[in-house]
Design a protein around this ligand. Structure first.
Ligand SMILES: [Zn+2]
Length: 266
């Protein structure tokens, strides 16, 4: 059986985001389901097992979050604690504790509170067992910037997070899932043990540890009228495969432009 990695962005009931947030009740139901039917484990441990060909438990799943939204602390963290589910949050450091918001949220986010995490919240979650990985400094398309800049985005973000939490940062998530052989090498040489994409599917021992597959959970809440069928379809990568095929048929680059930000993943 393949090891599953899933990806969330926002977990909140307000729909004031460019992305499609997972509602708090949907997230609670999904985590309850994982804790009862799957074997949640940290991405770091899963990656080590995949790398070393150590057998994984059946139904192994790792939960991750991209970008560093504050709702991860407010809404997701208590649920993760309730069900004792490990998680990894990938931070784009320019948005953490600065008041800066990602470009894709401009014109969409209407809340009064900060949109992104503060370093205090990051440290509190870290102390509580949540792992943090890098999602670069400024969330660029890594294949479209000069090599030196790519190295800086990948390496400096690691240092900043390590300084803030006082722990090694060993995992990386490619912004918008955008990577090629050169960016993959830069990530590996920067010292990351593992990196995740947003290519749908599961992972087997021997797969490229710096290009792990990950399934984005983003079906509309209404689709969960047929829970858990809908969630299992997302977990398995089936929904992601359909989405990827749609992009191919429409000749839309998964990581190109506006649609990628809505349906792919910042
Ligand atoms: Zn992102």
């Amino acid at each position: 059986m393949k090891a599953i990695i899933i990806c969330y962005h926002c977990v909140k009931d307000e729909m004031n985001s460019y992305l499609r947030p997972t509602t708090v009740s949907d997230f609670d139901r999904q985590m309850q389901y994982l804790s009862a039917r799957y074997c949640p484990m940290s991405l770091e441990r899963m990656a080590c097992c995949l790398r070393d060909h150590t057998p994984l438990p059946p139904r192994a799943v790792a939960v991750t979050f991209d970008d560093g939204y504050q709702d991860n602390y407010i809404n997701a963290y208590p649920v993760l604690r309730r069900y004792n589910i490990p998680a990894t949050v990938f931070l784009a450091t320019h948005f953490i504790g600065t008041g800066e918001i990602p470009a894709w949220e401009e014109g969409y986010y209407t809340g009064k509170k900060a949109l992104m995490l503060s370093w205090e919240q990051v440290r509190e979650m870290s102390d509580g067992g949540v792992a943090f990985g890098s999602h670069t400094l400024s969330h660029p398309f890594l294949t479209r910037i000069p090599r030196k800049q790519c190295e800086w985005e990948v390496g400096r973000s690691k240092e900043i997070i390590e300084q803030q939490i006082g722990k090694p940062v060993t995992t990386f998530a490619y912004p918008s899932g955008d990577f090629d052989s050169q960016t993959r090498e830069i990530v590996r040489e920067a010292g990351y043990c593992a990196a995740v994409s947003i290519r749908a599917g599961g992972n087997r021992p021997g797969d490229d540890i710096h290009a792990l597959r990950r399934n984005v959970i983003q079906l509309k809440s209404a689709c969960h009228m047929v829970f858990p069928v809908s969630f299992v379809a997302e977990l398995s990568g089936a929904v992601g495969h359909v989405r990827d095929s749609y992009y191919r048929v429409r000749k839309i680059g998964v990581h190109d432009g506006r649609r990628a930000l809505v349906d792919g993943a910042p």
